[in-house]
Design a binder for this molecule. Structure first.
Ligand code: ZN
Length: 272
């Protein structure tokens, strides 16, 4: 799944399509049960065809292609590819640009390919991602970070970081390396974090995301040319790169967590 670092990289690469005209489109050529469209795709052609791409940006884990009549939002489960010469084979949406190049989108497991006009109500998931500060922005500062902990439930760090779109674009994919670097256990309850833990986690979150972007995304994900990123996940090693203990993989809250049992001890300490 695409998360914030990869969405940032993809949106940067897609700047080359700005100013190009969408001369044709094919919707749902290879239907996928778990891909959803806005209004079943009824108005995609009206909104997109013969329109010039005016901007491409990312919000959280979503990539947004802007045309004068509306927006096309590619969700975090959608693969985005660019093909300068031949038309693509399998996809749920393909855009022909300037009669020759192609941009196309397809899901691996599930995802939204959501296009809405400027008059339509905004897609909710997009709206939330757009309105919350990006963890890489200056407004995502320590003061803002601390307000995120002002919740009633005593969540585990995995639930805190990766659910409820608390931090848009952050999911189970990127949090494993962030927690490993911060030396915090994914099951650690947030009420038992010290102020120092929170500060370290804040710095590690920002630093790791930036490093993932600098390395063109995680090695498990691909860019618009189908090439993998360079950021190697610590879980891709058999043992912890720091202490050589075997890395543990466990099912937890609907997904796998990875941690080093020696570097990331779950603590029951009292709040400082
Ligand atoms: Zn270790």
């Amino acid at each position: 799944m695409i998360e914030l670092p990869e969405a940032t990289v993809l949106a940067n690469q897609l700047q080359k399509t700005v100013g190009k005209k969408i001369t044709d489109l094919i919707l749902n050529q290879n239907p996928h049960k778990l891909v959803w469209f806005y209004d079943q795709g009824a108005h995609y052609e009206d909104i997109l065809k013969n329109q010039t791409i005016t901007a491409v940006m990312s919000y959280g884990g979503q990539v947004v292609i802007v045309v004068p009549k509306g927006k096309l939002v590619l969700g975090d489960g959608i693969n985005i590819r660019y093909q300068p010469q031949t038309p693509p084979l399998r996809h749920q949406l393909a855009l022909e640009l300037d009669h020759k190049e192609h941009l196309y989108f397809f899901a691996s497991m599930y995802g939204g390919i959501v296009c809405f006009s400027n008059q339509d109500p905004e897609y909710l998931y997009y709206q939330i991602a757009k309105e919350k500060p990006s963890p890489l922005s200056e407004s995502f500062n320590l003061k803002y970070w601390n307000t995120l902990f002002e919740i009633k439930e005593n969540l585990s760090l995995k639930a805190f970081l990766a659910t409820n779109q608390r931090i848009p674009g952050i999911g189970n994919g990127v949090i494993q390396d962030i927690l490993w670097r911060a030396k915090l256990h994914p099951k650690q309850k947030i009420d038992e974090l010290t102020e120092r833990d929170k500060t370290i986690l804040f710095q590690t979150l920002k630093g790791t995301l930036q490093e993932m972007i600098n390395q063109k995304g995680r090695a498990s994900e691909k860019d618009i040319y189908g090439e993998a990123g360079y950021f190697k996940l610590f879980s891709s090693f058999a043992s912890c790169p720091v202490c050589s203990n075997p890395i543990i993989k466990e099912a937890y809250l609907g997904g796998s967590i990875y941690y080093c049992p020696s570097c990331q001890k779950e603590s029951k300490r009292k709040k400082s």
